[in-house]
Design a protein around this ligand. Structure first.
Ligand code: G6P
Length: 475
């Protein structure tokens, strides 16, 4: 039985099947995984996650209801239980509800004249989301020791806290939202019962954590408007149960990041980048190709910069690394296509035989991204909305000569980085172009001083401490 449990959709390991039928484990990707890796706690800690692929399912079946064979991999000291959820149920819960509904609601991504449209299909998908959450709640209930502490992560698992509380009233439960939370008017796009069930699910926890006070307030406002709950700003009370609200803005593990950036693969890419750039300045961006990241308007702003401030032509290169994400969803595939088309238009309009104004990478290469962090002059982070945005925190930590951060005011990171970034409204293309111009013109000493302060702010709550704070919030 575990004293400390974490539940998240994506786990610390993913599996692939080799041609001779063996299962091979790799470390799972993403920021959430690196944060939770710091759990520690030896055999008293358990990480419960979902099998995401056929190979994962095979590994999960091999372990039964037991622990995975970690195959020598480091999981931050935790044992891992991977849930073999029926693939169709998983797809509906993950793609249709988590990524196409809750993600869209919290990031305000719907084009409301046509979507969302909640019909019979949606009801089936919602039933799968309930089933998926129930599978987690049951596994956690089985494996939690008396009075254990359970940390449930993100929008995939909003219903699990309440389900778990019903099964195991003795355990202490925290939920953490890595996304923003929608304001009430937008949240109420969801059918009434679904909106209520989602909020009640999170309120099953003793502690609800967010990256920004803004998202915590939006959550409390939704509870008041949809459920008639009461709030004093630091907690929400409904039907006799109080859930405390916590703001835990995840920061960067600077030491680990610097070590990784000193590896030969990063340094080789850094050298190539610098020789390609020559004396040109680099405006960089690194994102998953994700609708909320607003890559399209970022490219439009760059185009406007080159049109309105022609003195930058030939003197700057925009290097955009937009690596693939969630390609099972047609909206994401179309989005990648539209980003590529826009980049080609910019190349056609401004490119010359000796100047490529834009370099767009659509494949993932972490070492190349880190090389960009080291040498970029200006970083553009302009999401429509973002729970936190760790790239905005990682770049100042690694930047060699200082990098100006042009940052969306709608990113959670703006709370801590706003004072030393150039804040933009992500919908204002002209405003973003002007911020890029100001960033390129910023004197070296000011750029460096700002970067130093940004790096200090970014390191304030490293993942280990972030996790510890949530555990401690449970008493
Ligand atoms: C981003 C979000 C997290 C989320 C993750 C899921 O990193 O910030 O809130 O958990 O995406 O991504 P996935 O690739 O697992 O769908």
């Amino acid at each position: 039985m575990a004293q400390l449990l974490v539940a998240s959709n994506r786990g610390p390991l993913s599996f692939t099947e080799t041609p001779d039928g063996e299962l091979e484990a790799q470390r799972g990707g993403g920021g959430l995984v690196s944060g939770l890796m710091q759990m520690g706690g030896g055999d008293k800690a358990l990480w419960v996650c979902a099998a995401l692929s056929d190979a994962d399912r095979a590994a999960a079946r091999r372990a039964g209801a037991g622990r995975l064979d970690l195959d020598g991999h480091d999981t931050g000291g935790a044992a891992v239980r991977m849930l073999d959820i029926d693939p169709a149920t998983f797809q509906r819960a993950y793609n249709a509800i988590a990524n196409s509904t809750l993600w869209f609601v919290h990031h305000l991504l719907y084009a409301t004249p046509i979507s969302p449209a909640f019909d019979q299909h949606f009801r089936r998908e919602w039933a799968s989301y309930q089933e998926y959450n129930r599978a987690f709640a049951e596994a956690l209930a089985e494996d939690a020791a008396d009075d254990a502490r359970v940390l449930v992560q993100d929008y995939h698992l909003t219903l699990a806290p309440r389900m778990l509380r019903e099964l195991r009233p003795d355990v202490r439960i925290a939920h953490f939202s890595h996304t923003p939370w929608a304001p009430p008017d937008y949240f109420r796009l969801l059918p009434n019962d679904v909106a209520a069930e989602t909020l009640l699910g999170v309120l099953g926890a003793d502690h609800a954590g967010f990256h920004s006070g803004r998202w915590a307030r939006a959550f409390a406002d939704c509870c008041v408007e949809v459920l008639g709950a009461t709030t004093d700003g630091t907690s929400v009370t409904h039907e006799g149960h109080t859930t405390h609200l916590g703001v835990h803005p995840l920061g960067v593990d600077a030491e680990a990041l610097r070590e990784r950036a000193a590896e030969p693969d990063v340094l080789a890419r850094r050298g190539a980048l610098l020789s390609n750039l020559g004396d040109r300045k680099a405006i960089i961006r690194v994102d998953r190709t994700e609708l909320s990241k607003n890559i399209g308007r970022g490219l439009l702003a760059y185009r406007e910069l080159l049109r309105r401030f022609p003195e930058w032509r030939g003197k700057v290169v925009h290097i955009a690394s937009a690596y693939p994400s969630r390609h099972d969803l047609p909206e994401y595939r179309e989005y990648t296509g539209s980003v590529q088309r826009l980049a080609n238009e910019i190349e056609d309009e401004f490119g010359t035989p000796d100047w490529r104004p834009i370099v767009l990478h659509v494949t993932d290469d972490y070492a190349r991204s880190l090389a960009l962090y080291l040498v970029g002059d200006v970083l553009l982070v302009n999401p429509v909305r973002d729970g936190m945005n760790l790239v905005a925190k990682e770049v100042p930590v690694l930047s060699e000569k200082g990098c100006v951060v042009v940052l969306s005011r709608e990113a959670g990171a703006a709370d801590e980085l706003g004072a030393d970034s150039l804040l933009v409204n992500p919908f204002d293309i002209s405003g973003t172009a002007e911020a890029l111009d100001a960033a390129l013109r910023m004197p070296d000493d000011e750029r460096l001083a700002r970067t130093t302060r940004l790096a200090a702010a970014s390191e304030r709550l490293p993942p280990a401490q972030w996790l510890k704070n949530q555990v401690e919030a449970l008493g």
